[in-house]
Each structure stands twice: as C-alpha cells, then as structure tokens.
Design a protein around this ligand. Structure first.
Ligand code: ATP
Ligand code: ZN
Length: 304
C-alpha cells in the first residue's frame, strides 16, 4: 500500500513492538501495565488482544517505521533513533512524514554519537571534512553534515560499526552509545551527540476516523497514567502548621497536599503524591525541616 493511500477501516488497533532485543521486554511490560493481555500465536509474530481489541505484532525494530508507513500497524514502540532515521530518509526524498512521536516512554535510553579514535586531538566538527564516517544511520548523519556544511563520506554498515576504524573501513564512526564501554574497548572516544534517544510510542500523523480513534485515546489515557506513576509515591507525614511552607519548598514535585487536622492537637497530617524519586536523603531533609512519621507508599493506579 502506498503511504498516501487512505488507511483501511479497521475496528482493532495493531501495535508493533520489538520481538526480542533491548526494547522487547520493557515494551511488553508497559502494555501489560496498561491492562493489555495477548494470546500468543504459534509463530509468535501476531498476538491477539484478549482484554481489548488491540493486537500485537512482534517484529525487528528496524521494520517498525515501515510497518507504520504502510499502515500495516497503527502504533509502534521503537527507539527515537530508528524513527528519526526513517524521517530523515523521507525528508531527503521530499516525502511527507508518516509517523510521529506520541509519547516518550522512559526506557531504552541512548545517544547517537560521533566517536573518534583515542589518539585524535578533537577540535570540532570541521575536522570531519573529507573523512569517512561509518554508521548504520546514514540519513541522520548526512542530514547533520549538511546542517554543519561539512563534506564527508558516509560509509553504511549494518553492524559492528565500532570496529570499522581499526579495519580501515572508516576514520570515525557514528553509532549508538549508552555506557560508552563498547567504544572504549575499541579505542574510540565520543566527541559529540547527534541525537538523544529513548523508546517512544510512534503513531500516525493524522488521527483515525474509525473505531481505532477511541481505542487509541483509551490506550494513551492508560499509558499516561502508568508513565506518570512510574516514579510517583504517596508521601505521608505529620508536622506543625508553621513548618508546612518550608516542607512544601522541599517538595516542588508534589501535588497540593491533603491536610488533616488531628483532633485536639496542634499536629497536622499531610499526604501528597510526589512525582520524583523519594530518596533517603530527601526524607532526611524533610525530617530536618520538621516532618515526623514519614511514610512512602507505592501507588498502584490513577485515572485522570
Ligand atoms: P533487531 O533484531 O530488532 O533489529 P537490534 O539489534 O537492531 O534488534 P537492539 O540492540 O535490541 O536492536 O536495540 C534496540 C534499540 O535499543 C535501539 O534502536 C536503541 O533505540 C536502543 N538502545 C539503547 N541502548 C542501546 C545501545 N547501547 N546500543 C544499541 N541500541 C541501544
Ligand atoms: Zn534492529
């Protein structure tokens, strides 16, 4: 199907996720926490949605943008790097965008970095002029080079990009980096970042007009609830009225608290939903500012 053809009318939503690899497990976990349950098929490629009319397609991550473009699936969980590479490729051919980021999902974090041999004295992007850059992200690299006004050769490699300089295939590389350990092991050093990436929920540029519109709204609503809660905790403590302003200053990530006056005492009991991580240090700081009986509780579910 051509990307500009009108999407077929469907009454079930289809989500593509990575079959295995780095994003497979967290993607399934996220959908499960949104209440989606799937019946596994024998080939483990297509999984039928049991609790809702939302089905799952298990594929290679690189195939997800194409499946979205062709309308084979409606949503995908994929690295921003993969989605951006498709977008850059389409932009180079003056084709319209077919997928966009609907949500950032908070896992699969990495960077698309230029890395140079350890021995290089890095002075800036101009140093890449006339050099060969090995990468699996040719469109993103070309787009970036163009933006910088630099003429360099892009060498397309589908894997093991980091050994290209040692093999003499390229001078530098542009590849995904998370810890940097792989680069270091190959005597390479990251010098600049083209893209900050993480897993995203990708979806159509135009809204659906059939039953999928409502299914997508429902899924996004649930996903927002799950994402909002990821680090959220219910914080409970007691304190005096005078101490409240100072305590709330220490809780910029908290919702306006529920305040209860304890009978016949000068003490208040407060409870508030806190978005950020509640570390021991934060509890110590709150105690210092007058909070007592601090309690941190997990939050199972919210629905706005
Ligand atoms: P597939 O068989 O599905 O093609 P793959 O080998 O291309 O798998 P993975 O290595 O599992 O893919 O990476 C999937 C995604 O995980 C990447 O596109 C990227 O968004 C993210 N990611 C996070 N950290 C890293 C990293 N250090 N190296 C590569 N990808 C990373
Ligand atoms: Zn891949």
């Amino acid at each position: 199907m051509s990307p500009t053809a009108p999407a077929a009318v469907r009454d079930r939503l289809r989500i593509a996720i990575q079959k295995s690899g780095r994003l497979g497990e967290p993607s399934r976990a996220l959908l499960a926490s949104c209440g989606l349950d799937f019946r596994e098929s024998r080939d483990r490629l297509f999984c039928y949605g049991e609790t809702l009319p939302i089905d799952l397609l298990l594929v290679r991550d690189d195939d997800i943008p194409g499946l979205l473009a062709d309308g084979v699936c409606d949503l995908g969980i994929v690295g921003r790097n993969v989605l951006a590479e498709q977008a850059a490729g389409r932009a180079a051919e003056a084709l319209p965008e077919v997928a966009r980021e609907l949500r950032t999902l908070g896992f699969g974090g990495c960077r698309l970095d230029i890395a140079v041999p350890d021995g290089w004295d890095w002075s800036g992007p101009a140093q890449l002029t006339g050099r060969r850059i090995a990468t699996s992200y040719p469109h993103l690299v070309r787009q970036w080079l163009e933006g910088q006004g630099i003429a360099a050769d892009v060498v397309l490699l589908s894997g093991s990009v980091e050994i290209a300089p040692r093999l003499g295939q390229a001078d530098v590389i542009c590849d995904l980096v998370s810890s940097g350990a792989t680069l270091a092991a190959n005597q390479l050093r990251p010098v600049l970042t083209l893209l900050q990436s993480e897993a995203v929920l990708a979806g159509p540029v135009r809204a659906f007009t059939d039953a999928r519109a409502e299914l997508m709204a429902l899924l996004l609503r649930r996903m927002d609830g799950v994402l909002r809660l990821r680090d959220s905790r219910l914080l409970m403590f007691q304190t005096t009225r005078e101490a409240v302003p100072a305590l709330m200053k220490l809780l910029p990530d908290a919702e306006p608290p529920t305040v209860m006056q304890l009978d016949g005492q000068d003490t208040l009991a407060l409870q508030t939903l806190c978005r950020g991580t509640m570390t021991w240090q934060r509890l110590e700081d709150l105690r210092q500012a007058g909070a007592r009986g601090l309690m941190v509780l997990p939050v199972e579910r919210t629905l706005a």
